[in-house]
Design a protein around this ligand. Structure first.
Ligand code: ZN
Length: 257
């Protein structure tokens, strides 16, 4: 029976629904939720349906899955629709951040080491889900997502609560200079080790959220490293190119029906 990682901040909002899935060895592919990594689709869809049951929502939820490409493309979901949930073919094309103000829509991100970031504007009632690997982080996707929330939905960053979900930590993320050099302007974001660097993607993303004017007390860091906790989370590095992915998700309940 899978359990979820959750954020204390988000749990304070009863109208919000969020979860980060964990591995479960009694389920197909240890409860991987990715359709794009070559597993039998029927089993993955069964896992997704089980996940949906576990969320125990009294209403029908509409899940959005994107075809993540390490871009800085941001997509707004403006209607109640389901995308990429039962098939890859209708996933949101080439997109690494999703934003919506539509209730009953759940935005999802699939990862195994990259940084998933969930955002919620309590006043405007807008949610976002961001996928930030080193390329997305380099492209400032977290910062740009907050900018988009301001521009399109009139969000005030002071009202935005953020959760930075389990991802590979500085303890385990060794990179070469060709990656690290993109972050040399954030000295606290890495530590040199010999000719390599230990890169801190969760921290660099937190800095982007601060630069986007979120308040530090509103940013909740999971402080869970996927590679150190590989029994609980998929880790592409630790598992040497695993195909499993866990899902981080956020949405608002309908409430009014
Ligand atoms: Zn670690």
């Amino acid at each position: 029976m899978p359990d979820f990682f959750t954020f204390t901040h988000f749990k304070r909002s009863p109208s919000l629904l969020h979860a980060v899935t964990t591995k479960s060895n009694d389920l197909p592919y240890a409860f991987s939720l990715a359709l794009h990594t070559g597993e039998d689709a029927e089993n993955i869809i069964a896992n997704r349906n089980r996940l949906s049951d576990l969320l125990q929502s009294s209403e029908a939820l509409h899940y959005i899955v994107a075809d993540q490409t390490h871009s800085d493309n941001i997509k707004l979901i403006t209607q109640k629709e389901t995308k990429g949930w039962e098939s890859l073919s209708d996933a949101i094309e080439a997109c690494d951040a999703l934003i919506t103000d539509v209730k009953g829509v759940v935005l999802t991100i699939l990862t195994a080491d990259c940084v998933p970031i969930l955002l919620y504007d309590r006043k405007r009632e807008v949610v976002a889900a961001v996928h930030a690997g080193w390329k997305g982080t380099k492209a400032c996707i977290a910062y740009k997502t907050v900018q988009k929330m301001r521009e399109i939905y009139g969000c005030d960053p002071k009202d935005i609560v953020a959760g930075v979900a389990p991802s590979i930590g500085r303890c385990c993320y060794e990179v070469g200079e060709e990656v690290a050099e993109h972050f040399f302007d954030i000295p606290k974001g890495f530590s040199p080790v010999g000719e390599k660097y230990m890169l801190d993607l969760p921290l660099i993303n937190k800095q982007q959220l601060l630069d986007a004017r979120l308040q530090e007390e509103n940013i909740e860091m999971s402080r869970v490293c996927t590679a150190c906790n590989v029994e609980r989370f998929f880790s592409y590095r630790k598992e040497q190119g695993c195909t499993g992915r866990f899902m981080s998700m956020i949405g608002m309940k309908n409430g009014d029906n």
